[in-house]
Design a protein around this ligand. Structure first.
Ligand SMILES: Nc1ncnc2c1ncn2[C@@H]1O[C@H](COP(=O)(O)OP(=O)(O)OP(=O)(O)O)[C@@H](O)[C@H]1O
Ligand SMILES: [Mg+2]
Length: 275
């Protein structure tokens, strides 16, 4: 999916009146199939940008176009349909506790299904092989029938990522995909995510705190205080730029990844489906 934003600003509905917007006017052009990492200190506006692109937050100013269409000019029904082509993976995936992993993964298909098919799939899961292949990419194939509340935090986060693969979304917006992962799982998760997005031809935009991982993406966007600091090919993201981006927040730049609840294991590349 192609993205164009011009002077886009965003403000949270609950923000104090008169406060500065979480995202100040920003202009970006993103081609279909690009893979971009968004970095910056805490509070920079990274999540806000993802929510604005996911049409979960209406711009306070400026214009957003997805594949040449301004989503906010659409009728409610057409906007809802467009949202079915967007996949937002929050930092903590909203997985209902007693649900089985397979049901949680296949829920990502719901926007594309009829109401009847959706209700039926709650009781009699279909597309089992598709869900299993998506989970296998994240080394979770054995967890297909487990209950979500019996998974570790890192496993839940990887289930949240596997959902992208069974959606038919053309834009994957992924917020801090590594935040609950044990360092031994970081490579697996990021490789699975980027390779799967490539295989599916989806545009991938992910926020990251791990600068070393972010600079492996072809393009890196640096945000600070809601403003664009840079938008560069990763080989041009110098130490000096990173130092300026994280000035007074150096502990975030240098800090070790947060402790995870995940357990180590082998990588299992798996056959996958793209919808
Ligand atoms: N629901 C909300 N209501 C009001 N203000 C919010 C809300 N969510 C975020 N903000 C404010 O918007 C600004 C940007 O927040 P955002 O969550 O986008 O930052 P971030 O870069 O994702 O930070 P982090 O790295 O901590 O996740 C912050 O000042 C934050 O306090
Ligand atoms: Mg955030």
């Amino acid at each position: 999916m192609q993205i164009s934003i011009e002077g886009l600003a965003a403000r949270h509905p609950a923000a104090a009146a008169g406060s500065t917007p979480a995202l100040k006017p920003l202009t970006l052009a993103i081609q279909a199939g690009e893979q971009i990492a968004v970095i910056g200190p805490s509070g920079a506006g990274k999540t806000t940008l993802l929510h604005a692109l996911a049409c979960a937050l209406k711009p306070a100013a400026g214009r957003l176009q997805l594949d040449g269409i301004d989503p906010w000019s659409l009728s409610v029904a057409r906007l809802q349909k467009l949202r079915g082509r967007l996949f937002l993976a929050p930092q903590t995936p909203p997985l209902p506790p007693r649900q089985r992993v397979i049901t949680s993964v296949l829920a990502a298909r719901l926007p594309q299904q009829s109401l009847l098919a959706s209700l039926r799939s709650l009781f009699y899961p279909t597309h089992i092989a598709e869900a299993e292949a998506a989970l296998a990419r994240f080394d979770l194939a054995g967890k297909l029938w487990d209950r979500v509340d019996r998974l570790s935090g890192g496993e839940r986060q990887r289930v949240g990522l596997a959902r992208a693969l069974v959606s038919s979304a053309r834009l994957w917006l992924v917020d801090e995909p590594l935040s609950s992962l044990d360092p031994s799982r970081v490579e697996l998760a990021i490789d699975a995510l980027t390779q799967s997005a490539r295989d599916c031809g989806a545009t991938l935009i992910t926020t990251l705190h791990q600068v070393d991982v972010a600079t492996r993406f072809p393009r890196v966007i640096g945000l600070r205080d809601g403003e664009l600091q840079f938008d560069l090919p990763s080989h041009e993201v110098s130490r000096e730029r990173l130092g300026a981006l994280y000035a007074q927040h150096e502990h975030e730049l240098l800090g070790a990844p947060p402790p995870g609840e995940d357990e180590p294991g082998g990588k299992q590349p798996a056959a996958m489906y793209c919808r």
